[in-house]
Design a protein around this ligand. Structure first.
Ligand code: 4AD
Ligand code: MG
Length: 430
């Protein structure tokens, strides 16, 4: 019977075959303890010298770190084992004897590990992070699917920008110029007019020369967009969705969170509703708490966001930013056009902005004015203006940055560990 380590509990007392890699080994002379992993979990295989064929004993002795093998044995419950089970090995068959493995069981520098990312993802910590990433994606998609959002995939190659022109990745598209998408939002607005509630989930690109623990060049965004929804309701969807994802990770990834040493008490508090403060209130807070020089109209940097988040043990919405520092498509507050109907969701514990969202301009004349102000060509955005000519409706949406969300939920120092193969300033390999 071919089993995986994850479901060994079903095979107690039975003989099974596992496909596995050897990640560590100890021997007492009469007993060999093989630490095996198969990607679904880890288990200790026990070989007793006078109980197995001498050829098998010898083969086991030759196994190097990360050698691949088939191993046969009987599954036994063992309270002391981290997984609760051990395997009494009766037979092994080496598939490949691995060359000397570059990632030994010792400390390595980050650059070295990043150069070996294709191997590093096998290690238990990296494995746990990427499993939590998968769980966050699964839960967010589950939340949106259950709430009648239709998945719509926007293009990756685009003729124009969605989030400003300073960080576009340029490429030739035969004779035309093209850019890698910064956000699927504009296309999701078209989709919302066709399907009502929609979301996209895909890679987005920003050619930003920032080398911070929050920035990637290529990152994944979940972008819901909703017709007939205003900014207030938009925030409700965001807080519900994020609470659901955190609670699902707590329920389904307990062993991974434990391995990472994550404080789960902090995560248990993440339940909607989340606090809201206006940009104006946030500026007052900064004036009181160590940033007396901060000027109304400036954008918040990482230290400001961290300071604001310190006052809360849940994510906090900062609402109604000055119009001048936000994107061209955001709807101005009708009572106060110098601010827009928007919010950034700032994660607790210094993880910064994980969501940016807003109500969108629905008036064709105001949008056309914005194109002029922002120097965006009418030609390139004609289709986007069409959405305001043929049955324009109030609508809102947001973008959740997956990697920053994973970093926060896992409690990591840097986003580089939250994505299988990070693309950063000075890193395109492997
Ligand atoms: O705030 P941003 O730029 O918003 C948009 O792109 C909107 N068009 C989204 C929408 O309304 N549909 O980006 C959204 C989120 C940020 O809050 C952040 O979490 C993440 O994307 N993000 C990055 N993550 C990693 N590296 C970067 N360079 C990022 N830039 C943005
Ligand atoms: Mg933003």
């Amino acid at each position: 019977m071919q089993a995986t380590i994850r479901d060994l509990s079903q095979y107690v007392g039975q003989e099974v075959r596992l496909g596995a890699w050897m990640y560590n080994k100890r021997s007492s002379g009469k007993i060999q303890f093989l630490q095996l992993r198969d990607g679904t979990g880890t288990i200790q295989g026990v070989l007793v010298k006078n109980q197995v064929d001498p050829a098998i004993w010898e083969e086991a002795q030759k196994l190097t770190q990360e050698s691949s093998l088939y191993v046969w044995g009987t599954v036994r419950e063992d309270e002391r084992a981290p997984s609760g089970y051990e395997m009494d090995v009766t037979k092994i068959e080496t598939i490949q004897l691995a060359e000397e493995y570059p990632i030994a069981n010792k400390e390595h520098g980050t650059d070295f590990l990043m150069d070996h990312r294709h191997l590093w993802i096998r290690s238990s910590r990296q494995n746990a992070i990427l499993k939590i990433r998968a769980e966050i994606v699964r839960s967010i998609r589950g939340y949106l699917d259950q709430n009648n959002f239709t998945l719509v995939d926007p293009p990756i190659l685009t003729p124009s920008s969605a989030e400003g022109t300073t960080n576009l990745f340029h490429t030739k598209y035969f004779d035309e110029d093209a850019y890698l998408t910064q956000s699927g939002q504009l296309y999701m607005e078209a989709a919302a007019m066709a399907f009502n509630k929609v979301y996209s989930f895909g890679p987005t690109f920003r050619a930003e020369k920032s080398k911070t623990r929050r920035h990637l060049i290529e990152f994944w965004m979940i972008e819901p967009e909703m017709a007939f929804v205003d900014q207030e309701e938009n925030m409700k969807v965001q807080e519900e969705m994020v609470s659901y994802a955190v609670q699902q990770v707590l329920a389904n990834c307990a062993s991974e969170l434990k391995l990472l040493g994550r404080d789960t008490k902090a995560l248990e508090k993440i339940q909607a509703p989340f606090p809201r403060i206006s940009y104006d209130e946030a500026v007052e807070l900064l004036h009181r708490e160590g940033f007396p020089e901060f000027q109304w109209g400036e954008d918040f940097g990482a230290p400001h966001e961290t300071k604001i988040a310190e006052s809360f043990d849940k994510p906090v919405f900062i609402t109604n930013y000055p119009t001048g520092i936000k994107a061209f498509y955001m709807k101005p507050d009708p009572n106060r056009p110098e601010v827009v109907l928007c919010s950034d969701m700032i994660a607790p514990e210094g993880y910064g902005e994980i969501i940016g969202g807003s109500q969108r301009i629905d008036d064709p004349e105001l949008l056309a004015e914005r194109f002029k102000e922002y120097d965006l060509s009418d030609e390139a955005y004609r289709w986007y203006l069409d959405l305001r000519k043929y049955g324009s409706v109030p609508h809102s949406g947001f973008g959740l940055g997956l990697e920053r969300t994973v970093a926060w939920i896992c409690g990591l120092e840097h986003v580089r560990e939250t994505i299988p193969f990070p693309r950063m300033l000075n890193r395109l390999y492997p």
